[in-house]
Design a protein around this ligand. Structure first.
Ligand SMILES: C[S@@+](CC[C@H](N)C(=O)[O-])C[C@H]1O[C@@H](n2cnc3c(N)ncnc32)[C@H](O)[C@@H]1O
Ligand code: SF4
Ligand code: SF4
Length: 487
């Protein structure tokens, strides 16, 4: 279940949805097939339950953000924070601001209801490092009450070097720094001002100070063993040709992951870029930039660009279930449920890895890549009704095996038991290049509409995704073989 997107112009709707189709992870990217096999045990231990730092983990684990840090010390031309907004799905937007005590109560409430919860993040809605007093108070309360939940924060980097000792002491193992430019000439087109050491600075001076502090914070954190993800917003015409340089610079300083995200820009959001017509990138533009970073820091390709109060698995947002007025005064924790869930995941992972290996061995790899759109509620299984899917996970089978390559959003087709024709049109557009949809169930009507558009819907309820794909490939091979014999 995700919150509805804000109405965007047609171009933007197309662009945001297309952007979810940036397939083609390089084998080294985003831990796509990854599990413990491709990293050292200490690093795997840190990322195995973190849905953002491991693509594999995002099938099982949930994160939540608490909106305790509204203050920010810089202005980005793409950011406009909103504090009472339930219906926009983008960073910097929240339904309500919380005090640290309220936030801790909310985390307890979520943890007792959502055993998948493994990470508490503070992503503003302003800056977690600048609004440090509130960030620290929140983390202290939660660490004391829920020691098994990992702590994670994101920052523009300007205030970060001042807090590295505390971050390490507080066991905050995951920090995100947004770095959009290394070259201050480019940076000054993104940041109109920063507030540093009691003064507002602008232009090249501002961009240079910000860049230096970001890289300093990155170096300090990685030297102390903290895993750092670098976010970069791809802004066409400003930093598109420059992000390979950013990737190189952050690799040299030990960044773990690079998340190159599309600019979200719409006049209705009231940002400088939105109001002045600066558009977000197309899917092809984003993919080109991501591909140009191959061989550098591993790329994250499963980011959903969440709200600053998001709750749940990536791709779902259960935030409205846990608003302040719905929180009980006293919450009993249920750590056994989380522990039991983690034990189940450990077994499930072993099973899924074995099933995936068998599935890949069972069929010859297709010569040309074949795409699959999967309806899933998580756990690496095909377990969602087609009509309920608000996003499709896209898998690719090719000589490299079967792997996750991205996701595409489209509003769910089924509304209160009725199919929605306009939504179906959009789904057909979003899946235009995908020949197979895998789902738990699908009605006759939508199945026929898909088929008429050249998309085959296959019901494989509860199968592991790789197993289901392998079975479809096998049927495809047999069909193609018969066709070749007839020819
Ligand atoms: C709201 S910020 C909060 C954390 C911190 N202040 C920062 O900027 O890193 C979270 C992330 O959302 C990104 N973001 C904000 N507005 C955006 C937009 N319009 N398009 C794409 N990314 C955006 C920021 O660059 C940052 O990486
Ligand atoms: S640093 Fe983060 S919160 Fe501050 S203006 Fe930029 S995106 Fe918004
Ligand atoms: S915005 Fe991206 S990195 Fe942050 S919680 Fe959502 S998916 Fe993870």
């Amino acid at each position: 279940m995700s919150v509805p997107l804000v109405p965007l112009s047609d171009l933007q709707i197309a662009t945001r949805k297309e952007l979810q189709q940036t397939g083609g992870c390089a084998a080294s990217s985003c831990g796509s097939k990854a599990g413990s096999a491709d990293m050292d045990p200490a690093t795997w231990a840190k990322v195995k339950d973190h849905p953002c730092y491991s693509e594999e983990a995002h099938h099982y684990f949930a994160r939540m953000h608490v909106a305790v840090a509204p203050a920010c010390n810089i202005q980005c031309n793409y950011c406009n924070r909103k504090y009472d907004c339930a219906n926009e799905s983008r960073p910097g937007v929240v339904s309500e601001r919380l005090t640290p005590e309220q936030a801790a109560r909310k985390v307890m409430a979520v943890a007792s209801k959502v055993p998948q919860l493994s990470v508490l993040g503070i992503a503003g809605p302003g800056d977690a490092a600048y609004d440090w007093r509130r960030t620290r108070a929140t983390f202290d309360l939660v660490a004391a009450r829920l020691p098994d939940v990992k702590l994670c924060m994101s920052s523009n980097g300007l205030a970060l070097p001042d807090h590295v000792d505390e971050i390490v002491a507080m066991n905050i193992d995951h920090v995100t720094i947004t770095i959009n430019a290394i070259d201050p000439e480019i940076g000054q087109q993104i940041y109109p001002w920063i507030f540093f050491q009691g003064r507002r600075r602008t232009g090249l001076e501002a961009a240079t100070i910000l860049r230096d502090r970001q890289l300093q914070g990155l170096e300090m954190l990685t030297a102390r063993g903290v895993l750092v993800k670098v976010n970069s917003v791809l802004i066409p015409g400003i930093n598109d040709a420059h992000l390979t340089e950013v990737n190189r610079a952050v690799k040299e300083r030990g960044a773990f992951l690079h998340n190159i995200m599309p600019l979200i820009s719409d006049p209705a959001h009231g940002t400088h870029f939105g109001l002045t017509g600066r558009r977000g990138p197309t899917a092809a533009e984003l993919k080109k930039v991501q591909d140009s970073c191959a061989g550098g820091v591993n790329l994250m390709r499963h980011c959903r660009q969440c709200r600053a109060d998001a709750v749940g698995l990536l791709g779902e947002d259960r935030g409205q279930e846990f608003t302040l007025e719905k929180l009980p005064e006293v919450v009993e924790d249920a750590p056994e449920a989380r522990a039991a869930y983690r034990d189940w995941v450990a077994e499930e992972r072993r099973d899924r890895a074995a099933a995936a290996a068998n599935a890949e061995a069972a069929v010859p790899a297709p010569e040309k890549p074949v795409l699959f759109a999967v309806c899933t509620r998580g756990s690496g299984r095909v377990n969602q009704h087609f009509g309920h899917a608000t996003e499709f996970q896209i898998y690719q089978a090719d000589v490299g095996g079967i792997r996750f390559v991205g996701h595409r959003r489209a509003d769910n087709y089924c509304l209160g038991g009725q199919g929605d024709a306009a939504r179906m049109d959009e789904i057909l557009r979003v899946l235009a290049d995908v020949p197979h949809v895998l789902c738990a169930r699908i009605g006759d009507g939508p199945r026929k509409r898909l088929l008429a558009a050249g998309i085959e819907a296959i019901e494989t309820p509860q199968d592991y995704i790789e197993t289901a794909i392998s079975a479809v490939l096998s049927t495809r091979n047999a069909r193609n073989g018969r066709a070749a014999q007839r020819a």
